[in-house]
Design a protein around this ligand. Structure first.
Ligand code: NAP
Length: 525
């Protein structure tokens, strides 16, 4: 089966054999994808010429209603998405839920909060500014939805959530979407788009999907388009520096690699609530989706005197996490997505081992449950320990995109902050402590290099939303190495799909224009 592309309002199969999608447990070939022969110029032009105008005829609240209908259709097909997650990603129920239910929740969330924008078609920012003594000549800042297409180039690890978390704010803004899921796991995103198209919810041209290589897509984008990319830092650099993207100043949002940290405060002793909570969180982050989460904990910063106790506790819990075929009910940890990712993990792990000792895993004779090691793509969870954090290089540079984490000892606050900052810009850091001064100083020391800081003390306990869990009401994205992008954060996400401009003119005319606008203050409420 070759997954067809949906562009210019119709389904069309790409040419050639295409790229294969495989079952990472059995190694079987499942389907293929190809974008060869698809006219990408025409695809973007159709979205701009048909999808955009039809969406922008609607008000924000009408588009929020469309999102609600999309959420309903996706919810009705949830079982099928779980089936495809198992087949194409080797996802356990928990892994599939993280991606699929996360996608459904995000779509529903935007359908709900989008209603606050009511009947407006444009946004008005701040008060009008008098530019003449008589106040007859004034100025007003506005934000208008772009008239181009939103091009989504996504990573393999979140085919469902990656599509929905980008699609919801773009469609709510009135911008048509052209999704390009990662080839190895395109099936799930493809199926979601197929369901939305079949349900005939969106106007023609509002949604397109290209399965397979991006080919010359970046040569085809224009000034009014938006590129929203999620993936590796290497591909991000290629997209950012693409001649056509640079030449036309196409707006690009990048969500890339991240060496995230979790920090155990110096006040937290073994066998206390917070100590145990962080142990559980580290194990969850290592094993959920087999560690293939951009937000997963990669470094655990622990007071040097607690390294042994913390390593023992994490290792003890890891022994109960059975790795293998998710069809076996004992299994808690599935495979990585394919053999290429398995090799990439093992290469990265070899580098980390040069400057760390192995506390758990790393068994060369490791055998997954109910799976043939030759055909499958499993990586045994590995816990490492690094004594000299500031002397290490790979620990702060190499993102092993699998079930691997490294404990790093720290001596004092200054040392802790210096080590954390060696991530050079991350999506998230967690701080587990009951010491308010330590929390404050840590947040002040690292906040500028992180998109999100999760703080857990004993009053929060297990009510926290999770280190790796991205909630749509809060910011997702990080500076520096993490790409410098910003997504979600409630209605703030609409800013990516709007352009700010100012009108200077007669005060009356400005009042008239402002009449059909919604105040940007609503984006922050
Ligand atoms: P990747 O290899 O960089 O691929 C990402 C996407 O870019 C895929 O759709 C890929 O298409 C496409 N692509 C590759 N080369 C391209 C080019 N020259 N022009 C245009 N598009 C191109 O990343 P991945 O291996 O799928 O994903 C894993 C990485 O994503 C990890 O590093 C992870 O940290 C990161 N990630 C970040 C976030 C975040 O929110 N910050 C979330 C999830 C994952 P093909 O598949 O067809 O090659």
């Amino acid at each position: 089966m070759k997954l067809p592309n949906y562009v210019s309002g119709r389904w069309s199969e790409g040419l050639g054999t295409g790229e294969l999608l495989v079952d990472p447990v059995a190694g079987d070939e499942l389907a293929s994808v190809s974008s060869q022969g698809v006219d990408l110029e025409a695809a973007l032009q159709f979205a701009r010429a048909h999808g955009g105008p039809a969406l922008r005829q609607l008000t924000y609240i009408q588009r929020a209603e469309l999102l609600g209908k999309i959420a309903d259709v996706l919810a009705a097909n949830r079982d099928e998405y779980f089936r495809l997650s198992l087949l194409n990603l080797g996802a356990t129920q928990a892994d599939a839920s993280f991606d699929v239910d996360g996608a459904l929740y995000t779509m529903k969330y935007y359908a709900k909060i989008g209603r606050a924008l009511a009947e407006g078609k444009m946004l008005k920012e701040g008060a009008s500014i008098a530019l003449s003594k008589s106040n007859a000549f004034a100025a007003q800042h506005f934000l208008m939805p772009v008239k181009g297409a939103a091009v989504f180039i996504n990573a393999f690890n979140f085919p469902a959530w990656g599509l929905c978390e980008k699609a919801a704010p773009a469609l709510l803004s009135g911008v048509p979407i052209v999704a390009k899921p990662a080839s190895p796991t395109a099936w799930l995103a493809h199926r979601m788009v197929e369901d939305i198209v079949k349900a005939d919810i969106l106007p023609s041209g509002a949604i397109s999907i290209i399965c397979g290589s991006a080919r010359d897509l970046l040569d085809r984008v224009r000034e009014e388009d938006i590129i929203s990319f999620t993936g590796s830092a290497d591909t991000a650099a290629r997209i950012r520096s693409h001649a056509n993207v640079l030449g036309r100043s196409v707006r690009v949002n990048i969500e890339a690699d991240s060496i995230n940290s979790a920090i155990l405060g110096p006040d937290v002793a073994p066998d206390t609530d917070l100590f145990d909570l962080l142990v559980k969180e580290v194990v969850r982050e290592m094993t959920l989706k087999a560690g293939q989460k951009c937000t997963a904990i990669r470094r655990v910063l622990v007071p040097r005197q607690q390294l042994k106790a913390f390593g023992d506790a994490v290792s003890a819990l890891l022994t109960s996490m059975k790795v293998g075929n998710p069809r076996n009910s004992e299994v808690k940890v599935g495979p990585v997505v394919n053999k290429a990712q398995q090799s990439s993990c093992l290469e990265g792990l070899a580098k980390l081992k040069e400057e760390c000792v192995v506390l758990f895993g790393g068994d060369e004779n490791f055998r997954p449950i109910d799976a043939d090691p030759q055909n499958s793509a499993f990586v045994q969870p590995v816990l490492l320990s690094c004594k000299n954090g500031l002397d290490a290089k790979y620990v702060h540079d190499v993102e092993v995109f699998g079930p691997v984490a490294t404990l790093v000892g720290y001596d004092d606050l200054e040392n802790l902050i210096a080590i954390t900052r060696r991530g050079l810009g991350s999506l998230v850091a967690s701080v587990f402590s009951n010491d308010a001064n330590f929390i404050r100083d840590t947040v002040l020391g690292i906040g500028d290099l992180h998109g999100r800081v999760l703080v857990v003390d004993s009053t929060v306990g297990n009510q926290h939303t999770g280190h790796g869990n991205v909630v749509p009401s809060c910011l997702h994205g990080g500076p520096g190495r993490a790409g410098g992008g910003e997504e979600l954060a409630g209605l703030r996400a609409l800013l990516l799909y709007h352009r700010r401009f100012v009108v200077q003119g007669p005060a009356n005319g400005i009042r008239q224009l402002s009449g059909w606008c919604v105040d940007t203050a609503l984006l922050y409420s």
